[in-house]
Design a protein around this ligand. Structure first.
Ligand SMILES: [Mg+2]
Length: 164
């Protein structure tokens, strides 16, 4: 399989079927922040996010946010949701993912990477042999280089639609 192809593709994080991940042996989630959990320009954690964090924890998953972002908001969001955090990640490079695995005491084969970008989240996760879960970006607003990459992403996804 291509290193750019996600194993699963969902509309958003809330649509991810936690049981389906557990059936594949997943016990840990490395979750992107910007445009995956929250739009880039907000740090407003909603009740829906808190409920999702509780559901994920209740299902027994360990979670670490892995974000290329470095602003203080990343810490606040991780704190509020009770997730571990690795920021300044420089995804798709492997170092931050490896650090997150170590924080969670997780093995790669037990771990899924969740994110909205093919060239950071999916490529990084696939390179390390983890399950990869792509979600549609929350907002069309993003960094200029990311918007350029989105056009390439569309070609790679080749009309693939998220699971309903
Ligand atoms: Mg993102």
């Amino acid at each position: 399989m291509s290193l750019f192809a996600p194993d699963l593709y969902y509309r958003d994080v809330f649509a991810i079927e936690l049981d389906a991940l557990a059936d594949r042996g997943v016990e840990f989630l490395l979750v992107d922040l910007d445009n995956t959990l929250l739009p880039r320009d907000t740090n407003v954690v909603t009740d829906r996010h808190r409920e999702w964090a509780l559901a994920v924890a209740a299902r027994g998953f360990g979670v670490c946010l892995v974000s290329n972002n470095w602003h203080d908001r990343v810490n606040r969001v991780a704190d509020e949701l009770g997730f571990q955090l690795v920021s300044k990640a420089v995804k798709p490079l492997p170092f931050a993912f490896l650090r997150a695995l170590s924080l969670l005491d997780a093995k790669r084969r037990q771990t899924a990477v969740v994110g909205d970008q093919v060239f950071t989240d999916v490529l990084g996760g696939n390179t390390l042999g983890m399950l990869t879960v792509l979600v549609q970006p929350i907002s069309g607003a993003d960094l200029p280089h990311t918007l350029l990459l989105r056009r390439l992403e569309q070609r790679i996804l080749a009309g693939r639609a998220p699971l309903p």
